[in-house]
Design a protein around this ligand. Structure first.
Ligand code: FAD
Length: 479
């Protein structure tokens, strides 16, 4: 796939794994954690099936020390390494481009400690997010973030992509909730910044470098994260509206009325809802003929939210600000409403192929690009153009679904969508990262000086550039 779509890409001058290397890895990890043959195929392809490499080997270390030994060895031999967590990333960062050895963190899945007093969880990088959610829930806490990929993505991958997700509006980004981490550098050195205390102003905070580094600066091996207490009351409303202007007016009122309790404000347009109905078979819980839908989650320790949201929605209905709504405060009903929003990416992928754009824009311009792109693609064979996402955080997911990848469609969207975003000072990647697919477009969101400093950092920390090559930076600029 990658070879066909990116014919000009050149393999860096990295070492080729030979029989001595294989023996070394096998001795270190044991045969069950050294994967080769047919089984490697699924590790080579990303979730979107948009890129795939041809690595022959997957290494599954269990401990930080094993990661360190692997990297020390690969560094000496100049063997390129692709770091992989749950492989749910959406920018092609988690799979090899050529024959990089895949270092999977899946076997590093132990919870190390949980402090009930402080709410600080310490765990290995390969813990699946949903397992961590269930674990802390049994102690009366929640994870400070949530994503549709929770059943598969791993916390190390979440940090490496600085995942945003569904509750960022209330709990902030991982730069705030991650207290510390441990990472193994390209040459095998173990960097221990596994701080578990809330306050620490002792010079540069190196942990931040690894949050959002997409596997290019080191392997994150352990994490300390602050978990909030489980809110006593949660309430989710699913609301239909007739125009985007009304969505914005409604958002402004919700924020004014419920600011402290607002934990999600998600937008879905009619095309996104139709896609979930048609391709997954989940029914829209309210009138399915409206133009826009929002999912509002409120959470807090006072039951007033359930009463006041009812009154609030009735008033909004009376005033024709919204056209239909349903409210849930029981866990199973809440989950059903969330399922609609969470299944949008999967439903679109069922058409065959999806061009994904994850952009931040000022609220007033949030949706404008969607009809703009529909117009540009009018004459082409496109199954769906839709807009959804974390409106509360100004983060739009613009998705174009087609039967298969098509060069004409791709060039009608790119770089137009990035130029448009840059013109309005938005971000070309709100939460998915740059990875492999967006590396050409980094310049639309970062100045030359910023990119230059990023490269200097990369070259200092990983001078042989063995970690996740071909990612974040355009190839000619880094390899
Ligand atoms: P992977 O996909 O395996 O890797 C992602 C990147 O991180 C790669 O560059 C990889 O090299 C690097 N990496 C992985 N583990 C490590 C490690 N231990 N150390 C160093 N580098 C590492 N993202 C959001 O931000 N918000 C959402 O709401 C959201 N919703 C999603 C919904 C669906 C259905 C899907 C499929 C994806 C969604 N994503 C979302 C994208 C994706 O789930 C996130 O980027 C997630 O954080 C990736 O975690 P992962 O373990 O799958 O990482």
């Amino acid at each position: 796939l990658t070879k066909e779509r990116f014919p000009n890409l050149k393999r860096g001058s990295y070492g080729i794994v030979d029989s001595t290397d294989i023996e070394f890895f096998k001795n270190l990890l044991g045969v069950t954690n050294f994967i080769t043959g047919e089984e490697v195929k699924s590790y080579n392809e990303d979730w979107l099936k948009s890129v795939s490499g041809f690595s022959k080997y997957v290494l599954k270390p269990k401990t930080t020390e094993q990661v360190s030994t692997i990297l020390k060895y690969c560094y000496k031999r100049s063997i390129a390494v692709c770091i992989q967590g749950g492989n749910t990333g959406l920018v092609g960062g988690s799979v090899p481009v050529f024959d990089e050895v895949i270092l999977s963190t899946s076997a590093m899945n132990s919870i190390i400690s949980f402090n009930k007093l402080s709410g600080v969880l310490v765990c290995q990088a390969g813990c699946v997010l949903e397992n961590l959610m269930n674990y802390v829930q049994s102690e009366g806490f929640i994870m400070p973030f949530d994503l549709g990929a929770k059943g598969t993505c791993q916390i190390g991958g979440n940090l490496a992509t600085n995942a945003g997700g569904l509750r960022l509006i209330k709990y902030g980004s991982l730069h705030g909730s991650v207290l510390g981490l441990q990472a193994v550098l390209a040459d095998g050195q173990i960097l221990d910044c596994l701080n578990t205390l809330k306050k620490d102003n002792t010079g540069y905070h190196l942990k931040h470098l690894f949050i959002g580094s997409e596997g290019t600066l080191g392997v994150i091996t352990k994490i300390a994260i602050q978990c909030p207490n489980t809110p006593k009351f949660v309430n989710v409303s699913f609301i239909g509206l007739e125009s985007f202007d009304k969505v914005l007016s409604f958002f402004s009122l919700v924020r004014k009325e419920f600011s402290a309790s607002l934990s999600s404000f998600e937008l879905m347009d009619a095309v996104a809802i139709k896609s979930v109905q048609k391709n997954i078979g989940i029914k829209c819980p309210i009138n399915d003929n409206l133009k826009f839908y929002v999912l509002v989650e409120l959470s807090g320790d006072n039951n007033y939210i359930s009463h006041s949201i009812q009154e609030f929605l009735e008033k909004a209905l009376d005033e024709n600000l919204i056209l239909d709504a349903t409210v849930a405060d029981q866990p199973s009903l809440i989950q059903n409403l969330w399922k609609i929003r969470e299944n949008i990416p999967e439903s679109l992928l069922r058409y065959g192929y999806v061009y994904k754009y994850d952009i931040t824009l000022p609220h007033e311009l949030f949706y404008e690009i969607v009809p703009e792109i529909r117009k540009r693609l009018k004459h082409l064979d496109v199954k769906a153009v839709c807009g959804y996402g974390h409106l509360g955080d100004g983060n739009l997911h613009l998705n174009v679904a087609t039967i298969e990848h098509n060069v004409e469609i791709a060039s009608a969207i790119e770089p137009y969508v990035y130029e448009w975003t840059s013109k309005y000072k938005g971000s070309i990647s709100a939460e998915h990262g740059i990875g492999f697919l967006k590396r050409k477009y980094l310049k639309y969101s970062k100045s030359n000086l910023e990119i230059d400093l990023m490269k200097k950092l990369k070259n200092t920390i990983d001078p042989k550039k063995i970690l996740n090559p071909y990612k974040i930076f355009p190839q000619d600029e880094i390899n």
